[in-house]
Ligand binder design. Sequence first.
Ligand code: CP
Length: 294
Amino acid sequence: EHSLLGLKDLSAAEINSILERAAFWDSQTDKVVPVLKDKFVANMFFENSTRTRFSFEMAEKRLNAEVLNFAAAASSVEKGESIYDTVRTLESMGIDAGVIRLKPIGVLAQLAQQISIPLVNAGDGNNEHPTQALLDLYTMKQHFGELKGLKVSIIGDIEHSRVARSNLWALQKFGAEVKLCAPENMRASDLAEYASYVPMEEALCADVVMMLRVQLERHSGGLFKSKQAYREQYGLTEERASRLAPHTIIMHPAPVNRNVEIDDAVVEHAQARIFKQMQNGVPIRMAVMERAMR
Ligand code: CP
């Protein structure tokens, strides 16, 4: 049983072994290897995705697994079938592991108790997104060599961010110093005891400036004041990016709201690692799927 539900309960040694295995896959030149030959994996996305869904599929296919893709919108979920019944259905057909993305909070932990195949969290409400944080850690290690002592600022819509939570739990295990920065209405009260909120100017003085997407779809009560006001106060504008220390790297899990939390011209800035993060998602997910099924 090698489910991956989150990083909060994973040890630094376990995280390290995934990062090391990802580095191994990253160094391989063969595009497909028969490591998961004859294994069946279902990618079950109950919430939309581009990067996570396709990089899991790339990773699984590179390991020669048989891949089934499930999209809630084209399934019997539309007729009212529950998440549990859907996952149980695929399990009963003989899949060896399931990759799952869910919107409702608390369902993944419950499913993991009820399902006997390994489950891999591909995004769980605002709780955790472990493979995103693993690829983020991998990207930081690739640039800085080690995580210990690294100053990481996570800026933006912290309240709704599973990426912020998984990164916070994992980075602190390695002795990185995490600071948060967000407008009042995007702060997460559950994280206040683990990391401090700092003003934008202080947040920019870091080794890693991690911008988060403003989750427009989750701000039913109105965003900030306006997208323009958000950009002016919390956006990584070209002007702010020009004042970053030369060694600082810019990260963002994407998708990005261009000219809201990050300026158009900063997305592919020389110090940005956003597309590198996406590239690193494949070897990370190869390591995670190999761990789940071998
Ligand atoms: N970073 C991330 O999870 O992107 P997707 O929602 O496109 O998978």
